[in-house]
Ligand binder design. Sequence first.
Ligand code: ADA
Length: 572
Amino acid sequence: MPRRFRDHVQRPVVDLCGLWDFAFLGAVDPTEVDPGAICFDDAMPVPGCFDATPKYAARRGVAAYRTSIPLVLLQPALDNERLRLEVDGAHHHSLMYLEGRRVGMHAGGFTRFHHDIDLQDLATAPRGELELVILVDNAFSARSPLHLEHFDWYHYGGLSRGVRLQRLGRTHIERVRARTLDLEGPRLEIAIDYETCDMGSSAPLSIRWGERVLVEEAALLEGGRGTLIRSVEVGGAALWSPASPNLHLLDVQLAGDDMRQRIGVRRVEVKDKQLQINGEPLQVRGVNRHEAHLHFGHAVPASVQLSDLQWLKRMGANFVRGSHYPQDSGFLDLCDELGICVWNESIGWQHRPEQLTDTAFVEAQSQHIEEMMCMSENHASVVCWGLLNESASDHASCRPTYERLIRQIRARDPSRPVTYATHHPEQDLCLDLVDIVSVNTYPGWYFETVENIPAWLERLLGQLRLRAPDAPLLVSEIGAGAIPGFRDANGQHWTEDYQARVIDGALGHLLSPASDCIGVLIWHFADCRIGQNARAAMGRPRGYNNKGLLDEFRRPKLAFAVAERHFTAARK
Ligand code: ADA
């Protein structure tokens, strides 16, 4: 494994994580708030979710965060006075003010976005500090069409991931994309998106792979935005796979700017009704995981991310579906290192035709998908893209939206398969659009007896096979609820005993060699809080989705050992 590194060594970057000034403003229109008039009377950590703290529990509305950045931290001064404010996740809608001037607005949590600011546009601070105020609104409103109240999880609010301020030169690297072209060699395509203020200039470009120099040249840059594409051979590079998660350091330098990424060389393919990595079929053994924790909301710290993955490794899992939104890049880093494959999906939950045919919603999804792909495309662990969990893919009116978004994903990245989880397989009208046909089903819980789980699954997969003769089939959700610690001689619904029996019946069938599917993703890893919608809560004791193999504090239930038994046996 290559040593840990920072993304930039040459570009000045100030990490803004830490305690910020805080004020909860509540139900106000954020666009009408004067950031200079806010009375900051509290403190809040960044990353953090303010409504995961007891004082602001269950509060919805606008929250204001403030910090200041000494300009000296952004030295050395470059010849172009442009700053970039980069935010890794703000829930749900945010407005950014630097020195009192609004510099950006963003809708949708869970993705990285940035705003560029010309320093001369600011009334530069005489005290040599820049004051940054971010307003974050976690209310459900038209301002954030991607976060809807009916979803089956708690939408926490705040600055849930990292925040940075960077100083950009006249030429900067916008993004580096590395894609395996050929395992022979191996050969990679490195695409470097840049932006320059200099028309038709040439600039020194170097591409290093670990200690090796792959490219050293004067590259011709067009003015404005452009992309440099180089095909390189990385002879002898060890491949990435779940069993051997080898990573390599890619270091790109252009005109005094730099960007470094960890790359896994591997090929993901759908072939012979299988998902293959480097030509080897992958049996999917995993879980769905919400990036949530009672103490931290969506700002799950690295220590919890790591311990979650340690539980998964112990269980014999090799796969996580990031349900139901893009995963934090720190979590993906760990998945890269530990050889855990990831289905990374855009935010969504049971969208109805009125949303899927609404232009504002579709545009917001499209932008969110672009942001998800930008921040996670270099992660070797991400082996497929997903979208729109359990939405109206059974309505003809929604097919154009599926076509458009799937086309967008494929155009951006032809190297990974695309899928979505359907819960109406028999009526679904979009199965032909995806590479992997994924189905969510709850026999033994919402319908059917535990004894009938194998027969039910066999029938379901048989029907799906008729509709998708050549696609890999995946059971993307299956499970049952259990109140942690509830055991009972009758083994009724909600006992740990009952949940363990459902998991046993499901995995016993789905992981057997006779089963016509590529594997299973259990719903779900750990219990999580759901929204405050009273109707939903009637089926969710404690106000939690209790189908976790572990409880909300990651204490394993009986079903964990059952999954461990099946997963480790299937691995052999
Ligand atoms: C669906 C959904 C999950 C969860 C699950 C359940 O399949 O995709 O997010 O709500 O049902 O617990 O019923």
